[in-house]
Ligand binder design. Structure first.
Ligand code: KG4
Ligand code: ZN
Length: 338
């Protein structure tokens, strides 16, 4: 089998990323984070597009340099077609198209959500790949889905959020507590020092495998407002316990649905992805579930769970093997099904 070198480009949201893969191995994985959005408490689409424009050439250059690959060696270029912010997607796709045309090599369109799932198939020392079929739980600032994965490109969403994503639940809760954006990692940090049973928040009642997180946010807001009336320093004095209790509730919501998904599908392999899978409580709970419920769980290397281009590259490699290429008239899609 000849070596395949893929340049992958990801620009769906606020990170500009490029990676080089040699078959299923990652040679380089470069991400330029756009810190500009933090001061606004969320991603500002217009600023994101502009930052992608600034970053795309240096990021691709860095990926090639770190991989020690000349652009003439590339076999194909893969890019994120969607879902995502249109202005952000356009920068990555236009760049990928131009470069593929100039180098006269194939162009490969990648679905960002499929890429989060297939990131588990990157060859990496110390990380095992799931076998088909498995369940994927994708949890990030933009997505919350349980996906039944029958094969590389045979995926079915069997549960998803009806309102906020898990990452938003973390970030909005953190905002109520006065923590800076994005607050998810901070809740995780304080939660490790607190008592998860200190305060109880009611879990939403959503039928089937779907999720809802907006009610939790409101419950937390009212709880904090009420407590502050009694004691203006309530949050400062109880920050660790509050964070631990919020995180505990979110994890229970996720675990309840995962248990139901396992029961309904009979599949006991669970692979998680998305930025929220960095959460230490979620990681520990999943590890415990291996002994407790006989599950096998998969958590990819951290740099492949948040938005990155290596995951776009592994999908690109799979599509290269089946010669699934696009013409240069392919268009970006803000919304796109699995
Ligand atoms: O995948 P990601 O980097 O970007 C997208 O949203 O696509 O995910 C970012 C989200 C943010 O909501 C952030 O607060 C959350 O992941 N996050 C965490 C942790 N690390 C990142 N949430 C909880 N605990 C963490 N350790
Ligand atoms: Zn993502």
């Amino acid at each position: 089998n000849p070596e395949v070198f893929i340049l992958a480009i990801e620009s769906s949201c606020d990170d500009t990323a490029a990676a080089i893969l040699q078959n299923d191995k990652v040679l380089s994985n470069v991400v330029a984070n756009q810190l500009i959005h933090n001061q606004y408490g969320g991603v500002v689409p217009e600023l994101a597009s502009r930052a992608h424009q600034q970053n795309i050439v240096p990021v691709v250059d860095a990926a090639l340099r770190k991989a020690n690959i000349q652009k003439e060696q590339l076999s194909a270029i893969a890019f994120t077609q969607g879902p995502g912010l249109m202005g952000s997607l356009l920068v990555g796709s236009s760049f990928a198209k131009s470069m593929a045309v100039a180098l006269q090599i194939p162009l490969i369109a990648v679905n960002h959500m499929q890429a989060h799932v297939l990131a588990h198939f990157i060859e990496e020392d110390g990380f095992e790949k799931p076998s088909f079929p498995f369940l994927a739980l994708t949890i990030s600032g933009g997505h919350t889905q349980i996906i039944k994965v029958a094969n590389f490109f045979d995926m079915t969403v069997i549960g998803e959020t009806t309102d906020d994503a898990v990452g938003e639940a973390f970030d909005k809760s953190a905002k109520i507590l006065g923590l800076p954006y994005p607050g998810g990692p901070l809740i995780d940090k304080y939660a490790q020092l607190g008592n998860p049973k200190a305060f109880a928040f009611t879990k939403p009642k959503v039928p089937g495998l779907d999720f809802s997180f907006s009610g939790l946010k409101t419950a937390i807001l009212y709880f904090i407002q009420k407590k502050k009336l009694e004691n203006p320093n309530f949050v400062d004095e109880n920050l660790n316990d509050i964070c631990a209790s919020i995180q505990h509730t979110i994890i229970e919501i996720l675990m309840d649905k995962l248990k139901l998904a396992v029961k309904e599908t009979g599949i006991k392999q669970i692979a998680i992805g998305g930025g929220v899978s960095a959460n230490s409580g979620i990681r520990n709970t999943l590890k415990e579930a291996e002994n407790k419920y006989g599950w096998k769980t998969f958590v990819p290397k951290f740099e492949y769970t948040t938005d990155n281009a290596a995951m776009i590259g592994i999908v690109g490699y799979q599509k290269f093997l089946t010669q699934t290429f696009e013409t240069s008239s392919v268009v970006s899609k803000a919304r796109i099904q699995l």
